[in-house]
Design a protein around this ligand. Structure first.
Ligand SMILES: [Cu+2]
Length: 267
């Protein structure tokens, strides 16, 4: 029976090892491949951390199984050994994890900087400026585009074009949006792009991303923001630059529509 328990504890790291070996060829990972260059790098960080965690799990569980196996082979009347701990072991398992954590912190620094530090944003986004403002509010995403041909201003101006829950962006180049919230804290989350940024009251936060392939991507709120949080589902539509222009022109025409087909002329 003692040996059974030792084998039981050997089973789990063996299963973990097996899963680690077969997972990559079976695509057992996030539900979709990352759809942005930044997403590929974020997934790379996840893989690295997963590999470290898997290695530590397998090693510690095997060690546990091994200790139990050794104990199982001891005679029932043999004396137990008591100890007050081991100074070298304590040092090793404090210093090694500390180095691993410092390594992860330093290793992810450039991805983090490119993503979050404005001076590291792609040249193009700094030249073009934000293409739209996305304002989260309970419980929707309000989109504000500048009038065609104009630059986006921090505060709304006459001629701005509005829409709700659908953000159109050009494909194939880095684009930047200004993220705000009108009430509580929300989080701009595009899972397929691996993009997540909190919207914080009082702040205008520039967020950049690049979508190489035209298509429709989910935009969700990732911060529990009230009873209707689940409803904050919107779309990011990535399409050609011309199609985005066309979309904004159409929105502008709809916004200026006064219900009359023809200009009314005095007779
Ligand atoms: Cu929300």
């Amino acid at each position: 029976m003692k040996k059974f328990w030792a084998l039981f504890f050997f089973f789990w790291p063996a299963l973990a090892l097996f899963v680690c070996l077969v997972a990559p060829s079976n695509g057992w990972w996030f539900p979709s491949d990352p759809k942005s260059p930044m997403g590929v790098r974020i997934d790379g960080l996840f893989y690295l951390i997963l590999a470290i965690v898997a290695l530590v799990f397998i090693a510690t569980q095997f060690a546990l199984g091994w200790v139990m196996w050794k104990g199982a082979k001891q005679k029932a009347d043999s004396k137990a050994e008591y100890s007050h701990g081991n100074h070298s072991l304590e040092l090793i398992w404090t210093i090694v994890p500390a180095f691993v954590l410092v390594f992860i912190a330093l290793y992810q620094m450039d991805v983090w900087a490119e993503f979050r530090v404005q001076t590291y944003y792609p040249e193009q986004t700094r030249k073009d400026g934000p293409i739209a403002e996305v304002t989260a509010r309970q419980f929707e995403w309000r989109i504000r585009y500048p009038a065609p041909g104009e630059k986006l201003t921090d505060e709304p101006v006459d001629g701005d074009v509005y829409y709700v829950n659908e953000l159109h962006v050009p494909t194939g180049k880095p684009v930047k949006i200004n993220l705000r919230t009108q009430d509580v804290q929300h989080a701009f989350f595009a899972p397929q792009l691996r993009l997540k940024q909190d919207a914080v009251p009082g702040l205008i936060i520039p967020v950049w991303f690049e979508i190489p392939e035209a298509g429709t991507y989910d935009l969700l709120c990732a911060e529990l923001c009230g009873w209707g949080h689940y409803k904050m589902r919107a779309l990011i539509v990535a399409e050609s630059e011309d199609a985005v222009k066309e979309h904004v022109l159409q929105l502008q025409a709809d916004q200026n529509e006064d219900g009359f087909d023809e200009p009314v002329e005095d007779e």
